[in-house]
Design a protein around this ligand. Structure first.
Ligand code: ATP
Length: 908
């Protein structure tokens, strides 16, 4: 087999230029039969060509990542200070500074690596699938398993999984922007083109990474992985994008402003200390460096990223795959969730329950896909073959159908559209197997189902060679095509359109999904079945009512959303009455009217804004209605999450604050446009993701609420000492030590904080609300002051009692560290008490972080080497009690403040 990759390396005369070859010749060259490749051959070629995957985007090398850690204003200050101290011969300080720099960089390096690993794992979950013909059977496989010579089927919404020579194409239009930059879709067919045709003009080819926006096709894989055009120009498949979020940017900016302010403050302190108070400049210099090091929240951006990444990981475990990080924040602020109905709110396990035809209403027994059950009329069992009209309708349902019904290990399942699967089960219940029907009535053409036109049509020939056209679709669409209906004996009679409409409304009002079935004799006017052939002249056969019960967990999730102040709206392609009935079962839009797409089309934007305020169920809605609905809601100040699955849903998903695509039935186009993909297509997953989103946002806030006062406390101790001419309670080296031990380590535990109990009982966060509210400032100041008071107070008290300076300083250091440990526990909840079992032990990472700090403090206090280095001294049991007392004081004061807030309700 010639290696198509040879083209890459310049090519020779006998290397196939696939776009110039007729399809059959390409097939012959790649030795592929009508059955596709068999498993053994596919495996052999896979070993030869490697998986159909592009090399992952290159991560920054570990060394680069490490070096980048030093690119940080604080570390520049500290490195500068290390140089100055070395020049002055203060080797001890130089060592501490360098150690602090290294530890800071190492922590940042590890945290960033963790965040990247987390996101990397999630990226892999989004790998695309492909429908391939292997050994005569269509199978869905991971696209990485495709090999040259495979025959794959693609349909609208799919991403082309490899470079394909098209074998058959039906109305295929492909958007090739990823390759050519041209965003207008191009028409594809199977024709060969000239050798020098540019990529965009090679109509017989479909290239990996481009998107099918319309139609269906089958194609022969001619190149995979790095050998594809996409691989050649080295464009990366879109994975998780921009790794920053509005909040992260806000924090980054805040951190920088704060750093500059602190440096200014440090300079002022230096001037004050040396010029006014007459401290020796070298000592003051070290002090202000330590001050800056302790006050600048250098770990902030790194820990924020880790918190977000951990949130994303938790969501992924709960089936919500976040593609863009800002979605995590937006999820926490969502005020409206707009959901599809079928498969998201409902189970998507369809069973035909009722068939209305020839003036009779047949009930159908059985549930699920197992073909057990029969037909009954008014409670009496009837064989389907005694009713010609019913038998004909069932046959149309089975033939105008692209699904497959399979039995494996006693279990029946459907491959393809569950609505169509239900018709296959109906066929079996009537004694008609799909294979037999297809053999007797071979199919010659098809117009596949699309939500825009809401029908599917096929062209068949019967045993006598007579052509037939079948159609199935939304009843109003099908009725529009009919001029007659079939009578009980199978004979045509005039169409009683009002009667059919009444039946449709009655059936839909019971929450059943509706399909109309019709047929006509005749062949398509042209070579192929076209829309013009489906414009009229059909005979109405039957109305089919299908149950698709709501998911039990969706009922609960809708309730949760309501409690969380989030409105749930259902936007469905289904009949208005069906939508209302299912909505009522889910508590969506109860007692309110349903509005249809047709009505939306008649409204101007102002009217639509009023409507979205009052209405929760939108039926017979198409993707363009979804887009207008999102806009109307956003214009009314809502933060909108919107689900979608089809290629045409992409604009609405992009526009929504959180676009949510279905992982199972969603097209690649929808997934690409979405911020989040639901691995299980389940509405309950959205509610869980909102809960996680709120929790992540909370954790970010908790971390800041922890970090700022602890940094501030240390800084205040030093500033107060300088201002009031006191002996410095902390040496520069000690300040750096505290910073090393506590700053990024303790706070990180808050990234693991589970959602607070009331997180779904609160109203959504106003999107414009500032992160650092007035309450924030208050709490930061309060806790910083408390910490300063404890540490400084203890130090001064000890000195006044004649305690040795080294001991007093060791007390002061330990008091701050222990107060931080205690305050870490306070920080677990904003307002809720932590003086209970859950509060004290609910996050084991908090306990672990504290436990990790204890030996470090003991080493600092007792190890002779550390004592020599930091000027610390051993403490007695009584002194430890005082330290603990200081920590407990901060803890209780912080709990008291929460109690006052809870009682008075000052902070809403
Ligand atoms: P949702 O938008 O909530 O997922 P939906 O699946 O009902 O709802 P569509 O798939 O757009 O929305 O279906 C709209 C209507 O088209 C259905 O109510 C049904 O009458 C008809 N229909 C659905 N699937 C098919 C199909 N495979 N062939 C023919 N008609 C169909």
């Amino acid at each position: 087999m010639p290696d198509p990759r040879a083209r890459e390396t310049g090519g020779t005369a006998d290397v196939p230029l696939w776009h110039t070859l007729p399809a059959e010749q390409a097939q012959a060259l790649l030795r592929t039969g009508v059955q596709g490749l068999d498993a053994a051959e596919a495996a052999r070629r896979l070993a030869q060509h490697g998986p159909n995957r592009l090399a992952p985007p290159r991560r920054r090398s570990a060394l680069m990542r490490l070096l980048l850690q030093f690119h940080n204003i604080l570390l520049y200050v500290m490195l500068g200070a290390a140089v100055v101290t070395a020049a002055l011969g203060h080797w001890l300080d130089t060592t501490v500074l360098l150690a602090a720099v290294l530890i800071n960089a190492a922590i940042g390096f590890i945290q960033e690596g963790k965040a990247e690993d987390a996101l990397e794992g999630i990226r892999a979950m989004l790998s695309p699938h492909a429908m391939v013909l292997r050994g005569g059977e269509r199978r869905e496989i991971d696209a990485a398993g495709l090999v040259p010579g495979d025959v794959v089927a693609v349909a609208s919404g799919d991403r082309i999984p490899a470079d394909l020579r098209l074998l058959a194409a039906h109305e295929l239009r492909v958007e090739e922007a990823a390759l050519t930059g041209e965003s207008m879709p191009v028409e594809k067919d199977t024709a060969a083109v000239a050798a020098d045709a540019p990529l965009g003009d090679r109509s017989g080819m479909a290239y990996a990474g481009t998107l099918v926006v319309h139609g269906q096709a089958t194609g022969l894989v001619v190149a995979t992985g790095g050998a594809t055009e996409l691989g050649r120009i080295n464009r990366m498949l879109a994975g998780i994008e921009a790794q920053t979020t509005p909040l992260l940017r806000q924090i980054d900016r805040f951190g920088r402003v704060l750093a500059v302010a602190i440096l200014a403050l440090a300079a002022a302190t230096f001037a004050l200390g040396t010029l006014w108070r007459g401290h020796p400049p070298a000592e003051m210099f070290m002090m202000v460096v330590a001050l800056a090091a302790s006050a600048i929240p250098e770990g902030l951006p790194a820990i924020m990223t880790v918190t977000l990444a951990l949130g994303v990981q938790r969501m992924a475990r709960r089936q919500a795959i976040v593609r863009r990080l800002p979605a995590v924040e937006a999820l926490g602020a969502v005020t409206v969730v707009c959901s599809d109905k079928t498969g998201t709110l409902t189970r998507n396990e369809m069973t035909v329950q009722r068939v209305v035809c020839s003036g009779q209403v047949f009930d159908v027994g059985g549930v699920g896909y197992s073909p057990v059950g029969g037909f009954s009329l008014d409670g009496r069992a009837v064989p389907a073959d005694r009713h010609p009209a019913l038998a004909l309708a069932v046959q149309v349902g089975v033939l105008c159908n692209d699904a497959r019904l399979r039995e494996a290990a006693g279990q029946w399942h459907v491959e393809g559209d569950p609505t169509e699967g239900a018709l296959l089960v109906l066929g079996r219940k009537a004694g008609l197997a799909q294979g037999d029907a297809q053999a007797r009535w071979p199919r010659c053409g098809v117009i596949p189902f699309e939500s825009e036109h809401r029908f599917m049509a096929t062209h068949h020939v019967d045993a006598g060679g007579q052509p037939w056209l079948f159609v199935k679709g939304a009843p109003e669409r099908v009725l529009d095509l009919c001029h007659a209906e079939v009578g009980p004996g199978g004979e045509p009679q005039p169409l009683e359109i009002d009667t059919w409409r009444r039946w449709a409304t009655d059936t839909a009002a019971q929450g059943l999904r509706l399909l109309g079935l019709a047929c006509k004799r005749g062949a398509p006017a042209g070579e192929r079945l076209a829309f013009a052939d489906v414009e009229g002249g059909y005979t109405m056969l039957a109305l089919v009512g299908i149950v698709d019960p709501p998911r039990a967990e969706a009922v609960q999730a809708v309730r949760q959303c309501h409690q969380a102040g989030i409105r749930v709206k259902m936007i469905t392609g289904d009949h208005a009455e069906t939508a209302r009935a299912i909505g009522a079962q889910l508590a969506i839009g109860v007692g309110r009217p349903a509005v249809t797409g047709a009505e939306i089309a008649l409204m101007d934007d102002a009217a639509l804004r009023r409507t979205v305020h009052d209405v929760d169920v939108f039926a017979r809605a198409s993707p363009e209605h979804k887009l207008r609905l999102v806009q109307a809601m956003q214009d009314s100040g809502h933060v909108v999450a919107m689900t979608g699955d089809g290629v045409n849903d992409a604009p609405a998903l992009k526009r929504a604050d959180v676009g949510v695509a279905m992982g199972l039935k969603g097209t690649e186009a929808a997934k690409e446009a979405a911020d989040m993909v639901l691995a299980d297509d389940n509405f309950a997953t959205i509610a869980r993701a909102v809960r996680e989103g709120r929790a992540v946002y909370d954790n970010l806030k908790k971390f800041i609420l922890f970090m700022l006062p602890t940094n501030g406390g240390e800084a205040l101790v030093v500033i107060a000492a300088i201002l009031f001419e006191l002996t410095l309670p902390l040496t520069a080296a000690q300040v750096l030590w505290i910073n090393m031990v506590t700053s990024s380590t303790l706070g990180l535990a808050l990234a693991f904080e589970p959602p607070e109990g009331d997180v779904m009982q609160r109203r959504p966060r106003p999107p414009a609300a500032a992160l650092l509210s007035g309450f924030f400032v208050w709490r930061v100041l309060m806790v910083a002051t408390l910490m300063m008071a404890c540490s400084l107070g203890l130090f001064l008290w000890e000195l006044s009692q004649g305690t040795d300076l080294a001991v007093a300083r060791t007390l002061a250091v330990n008091a701050i560290v222990v107060a931080e440990m205690f305050y870490l526990v306070n920080s677990r909840h904003f307002f809720a008490p932590v003086l209970n079992r859950q509060g004290l032990t609910g996050n084991r990472y908090v306990l672990l972080a504290i436990a990790a700090c204890v030996p470090l403090q003991l080493a600092f206090t007792y190890l002779p080497a550390m004592q020599a280095f930091f000027g610390s001294a051993g403490l007695s049991a009584l002194e430890w009690l005082k330290v603990l007392g200081a920590g407990l004081f901060v803890f209780l004061a912080a709990e008291l403040e929460k109690l006052v807030i809870r009682r008075t309700g000052i902070v809403a």
